[in-house]
Each structure stands twice: as C-alpha cells, then as structure tokens.
Design a protein around this ligand. Structure first.
Ligand SMILES: Cc1cc2nc3c(=O)[nH]c(=O)nc-3n(C[C@H](O)[C@H](O)[C@H](O)COP(=O)(O)OP(=O)(O)OC[C@H]3O[C@@H](n4cnc5c(N)ncnc54)[C@H](O)[C@@H]3O)c2cc1C
Ligand code: SF4
Length: 532
C-alpha cells in the first residue's frame, strides 16, 4: 500500500480525520480538489480573490479550468454553496462555531450519538480551533441591533454571543482615543497561535467570507491541518478524486491532478480511506462508485436520501439608521427559538454581514442568469425605495427542516451517457419553518424600526439557497436505514469511512461545522482506539 490512510477532502471532517490519523503515526495522504490560499499568495498558495477577474468559482463541468473559491450548484428548487480549498468550508465560512441544542440528538440518530456522548467532542473542537466571542468593547452595530431587537420583543434571554473561530485583540476598539478610524489593517497585531502558525488579530474589516486580509480567522489550515502536516501528512491541492475501488487489503483511490488547465490522472492505495468531500461531494462520489463505475455495488439503497438544507434563510431589512453590514465578523450573535416551546417550529436567528466587494457587486452587476438578475433588480429597487446599503440588516437564520431531500444521478439528455448530480427537494414539509423564520425576521426588524423585504426567490418561487448542505450518506443503525454507522464506517465496506456533513442524518438548526468536526473527533477516537 502507498499510504496507511487516504483522506478525500480537507474540510471539517477531512482535517480532523487527517490530524488524528497522522498523530497516531499513520502515513496519511490528503487529496483536495481545491487550491491552497492565503492573503499574500505565499508558498505556492493563491491570493484570496478580490477582483472580478480573480478565480471565484469552482466548476463541476470544467474543474481543470475553473477551480476557484466557491462551489455553487444550482438545482431546480435549491442552490447549494460550498467551499473548494485546502481547509474546505472553513476558508469561505462565517467563522461560527455553534453547539446545537441538546435535544437535536433525540430523534433520527443512531443510539450511540447522544448529547452526553458528544459534549466532550464539541469542547475539544472549540479548544483546537481556539474559538472566541466578540469582546464586549468591540460589538459591531449589527450585534447591538440583535440584542436590542431581542429585548424589544421580550426575548432578551434568548440572545447569545456566538463562539467564532477568530482571534481578537482585547485592546482593539471602535472608539479610538486619537480619533483615527479603527478599521485599519495596520492595527492588527501579529502573533503565533498555539499550533505554531502565524496569524493576526481581527480589525473588523468584514471580509471573512472572502479570506481575511490580516489572517485573523482560525481556519482549518491554521489548526487541525497544521497539526496533521506537522505529523507528516501529505496534503495535495488540486487533486480531484474520481473513484474508489477495493483492492487486496484496502482501496485504490483514483484522482485527476488539475494542472495548468488540464487533468493528469493518477491513483494511490491505502488500507483505510476516509471520504470527507462534504455532503454534496461525498454523496456524489459514492453515487458514482455505486451506480456508474460500479466499484462499490454494495452501498446502501439509502444513499442520497435524507438530505437537508438546514433550514437556512436570509431576509434583508432596511433600517432608519446605519447598520454597517460590511463591518466586523460576518456573524456575531444569535436569538434562539430552538427550545422552550414544543409546539412551535424550531429555528434561530443570526445577524449577517457581507464584504464590500459583494456590496459593490450587488449595486453594479448585471447577470445572464434570470434568477440572479431578478434578485439584483430586487436589491437595487429596494435601495432606491428604502435607503442605502449601509442601513441594511441581513437577518439570517437556520431551522429544523424536514431533511427529506434526495441526491441522485440523472442522465444529461444533451450529452449521451453523461450523468449529473440532481437534487429532489420538496419544500412542502419544510415551508412552515421558513415561514416562521420570515415572521420572526419581520417582527425583529419592525421592533427596531426596520422594514424586512422577503426576497422574490421565496415569495414568487419558494426557491432556497443554502450554504449548509447536510446528509446524503446518513448515519444509522443498519444498511436498511442509512449508509454509514455511528463512526462513519460504510456498511458492507470495512475500513471505508464517510466522515463529514454527508453523514449528518437530520437538520441541526444551527451552523453545522462544529457538529461535523465533533462527530469526526468522536469517530476518529474510536477508529484510532481500535488500532485500525
Ligand atoms: C459562504 C458560507 C458560509 C458558511 N458559514 C458557516 C459558519 O459560519 N459556520 C458554520 O458552522 N458553517 C458555515 N458554513 C458551512 C460550512 O462551511 C460547512 O458546513 C462545512 O464546511 C462542511 O464540512 P465538511 O467537512 O462536510 O465539508 P467541507 O468543509 O465542504 O469540505 C469538503 C472538502 O472536500 C473537497 N472535495 C469535494 N469533492 C472532492 C473530490 N471529489 N476530490 C477531492 N476533494 C473534494 C472540497 O473542495 C472541500 O474542501 C458556511 C458555508 C458557506 C458556503
Ligand atoms: S472581520 Fe475582518 S479582520 Fe476580522 S476576521 Fe473577518 S476579515 Fe478578518
């Protein structure tokens, strides 16, 4: 065997897996389809995207040509956003490291996964990623508006500061004694984190989702992956895995190296394989291996079922005052309705922010895609009618949806033989939680002098966009009910694991990355403990 273990993908599931396997002394190879990125483009990395001409998108059709920052998949009733980079979704995400309500594990999970079993793993993830809360002297306007809104509707006790994977300087503040503008990259302090990686402290530049200019975000390449690499794990960017097949004593993993506009095929073997390509990527790869290449024919018939959008929804509101959505960490706080009223829909509300480049794009761009153009027209009309973008509060939310989506391969009629991932999504069973979220967004906005405008994508089309895909290779007690067991091992295939968002069998109702990492910590503890 070329390696002891191959990990496919380097997001939350993949980085934790690579870290714990490498620490245990295994020879680990990590194959990641995306690039390595950092702010300066140092050490062979690509610079974070900023200009229109920068590599923003990752394309399923031509990844050798388009292997940029974000993967956007558009289906009939839903669009799905994911990261494509060394560090996976942690590179593009809003840093929120949330712990779900303990009741989330009461239904739909294997009996081994309980709140009591998971709690220490949530704590461990928080420690490795060094999560922090926005210091009390640094609340951006959005965070103050969140607390004010919660109090105004009598839900002050439901307001909470979020754990976020960002490093703060306790001395930085919006109110500088010398009167200079505080949001200035030169005010960031450089330090070495506990894993030996250099970072800076947050100066509220608001660019989290497009890569932090001062490297204040505690992304996976600065913690779990850094530990893995210190223990000699080999991370290969721009390696798109195309197949898995059993061989004597393990598995052969086939990949295409995306190299200067072309694809160079290759393969490697290992005793143990962890598929961590995310909900969409892992399910797509497993469907390919079962239904197209037929190298893993025994995969469960439940493959692709039980997919969830995690009840994500965003309602922009125009307020009669500045909210400055482009300042500060992208999300800072939540108002939780995940508990307390068993008869009501379960969700939580968060503030949302966006970088200046997105603000500029919203006001200046035109789009070829009709849906995107409708959205841009809506935004620009709203700005004309209701006020400037700096007064916008993007009220954000996640909730417990029906988790009844299904991923499968459909033939493309215009290209004989080729198949493409398809998502069947029936909104009917999830519409009530989205409507409950919208009603709460309107109530919170109104209580603070704002007007919430429901996007036409929902009001006309009931179309959703989610950055939180979950499921597809769901964990369960048996192959009749799911694809993997409680530690991610694929039913019917010893030493083949799916450890990432694809194994999550229910909506979490909160930002999912910490849960995925905690499930991975738990699984790897068992795998390494068994001496696999
Ligand atoms: C804009 C945005 C903001 C978000 N904000 C938050 C937040 O604040 N908090 C939160 O908890 N969650 C957030 N999320 C969601 C979070 O990023 C995901 O839930 C999380 O990254 C999923 O972890 P994962 O391990 O399942 O997969 P990922 O982190 O997506 O990692 C999968 C990796 O596999 C790679 N891959 C896929 N297919 C292949 C292949 N065939 N071969 C090789 N490599 C492959 C991908 O490039 C990717 O790097 C956000 C997502 C987006 C898009
Ligand atoms: S707010 Fe700005 S400085 Fe702070 S983490 Fe986000 S991008 Fe970095």
């Amino acid at each position: 065997m070329d390696y002891d273990a191959i990990v496919i993908g380097s997001g939350f599931g993949g980085s934790v897996s690579a870290c714990r396997l490498a620490e245990a002394g295994l020879r680990v190879l990590v194959l990641e389809r995306g690039r390595r990125w950092n702010y300066k483009g140092e050490n062979g990395a690509t610079k974070y995207p900023r200009e229109n001409t920068d590599p923003w998108w990752f394309s399923q059709e031509a990844p050798e040509l388009w292997n940029g920052w974000l993967d956007l998949r558009v289906f009939r009733h839903m669009a799905v956003l994911s990261g494509a980079a060394v560090g996976g979704g942690s590179m593009v995400y809003a840093n929120i490291s949330a712990t779900p309500h303990s009741s989330v594990f009461d239904k739909g999970w294997p009996p081994e996964i309980t709140w009591e079993a998971m709690a220490p793993h949530y704590a461990r993830v928080g420690d490795v990623m060094d999560v922090q809360q926005v210091p009390d002297n640094q609340w951006p306007l959005r965070m103050k508006l969140m607390r004010e809104a919660a109090n105004a509707i009598g839900a002050g006790d439901r307001f909470q500061k979020m754990d976020i994977a960002v490093s703060f300087d306790p001395e930085w503040t919006y109110d500088r004694a010398d009167g200079r503008p505080p949001i200035d990259a030169s005010l960031s302090r450089t330090f070495t984190n506990k894993h030996g990686v250099q970072q800076g402290t947050c100066v509220h530049l608001g660019n989290c989702d497009i890569g932090c200019d001062v490297e204040a975000r505690n992304t996976l390449d600065r913690n779990y992956l850094a530990i893995a690499e210190r223990h000699k794990a080999e991370v290969r960017p721009l390696h798109l895995v195309t197949g898995i097949e059993p061989t004597q004593g393990g598995y052969k993993v086939a990949f295409d190296h995306l190299d200067r506009g072309g694809r160079r095929p290759g393969s490697a073997t290992a005793r143990l394989v962890v598929v961590s390509a995310g909900s969409m990527g892992s399910t797509e790869l497993m469907l390919h291996c079962r239904d197209v290449a037929r190298t893993l024919p025994k995969l469960s018939t439940r493959l692709g079922y039980g997919w969830s959008s995690n009840g994500d929804f965003l309602t922009p509101a125009f307020h009669a005052r500045e909210v400055q959505p482009t300042q500060g960490p992208t999300i800072t706080s939540a108002i939780s309705f995940l508990y307390g009223d068993p008869n009501k829909r379960k969700f939580w509300i968060q503030d949302g922010g966006f970088p200046n480049v997105v603000a500029n794009w919203l006001t200046q761009a035109t789009a070829a895609d009709a849906r995107v153009q409708t959205f841009l027209t809506f935004v620009n009309k709203a700005i004309r009618d209701h006020g400037p973008l700096k007064n916008v509060m993007p009220w954000f939310a996640q909730g417990i949806d029906a988790a009844n989506g299904r991923l499968s391969f459909k033939r493309r009629w215009w290209f004989a033989g080729a198949r493409r991932l398809d998502l069947d999504w029936d909104i009917d069973k999830s519409a009530s939680v989205i409507e409950a979220i919208i009603a709460m967004h309107k109530e919170l906005a109104k209580a603070t002098g704002g007007k919430a405008l429901v996007p036409p994508s929902w009001s006309l089309d009931r179309y959703l966009i989610t950055p939180h895909p979950l499921g597809g290779c769901n964990m369960a007690g048996s192959a009749a009910r799911g694809v993997v067991d409680h530690k991610g091992e694929v039913f019917g295939y010893r030493n083949l694991f799916v450890i990432d968002g694809a194994m999550v069998p229910e909506a979490l109702g909160v930002n999912p990355s910490r849960s995925i990492a905690a499930l991975a910590e738990r699984a790897l503890g068992l795998i390494v403990g068994e001496g696999r």
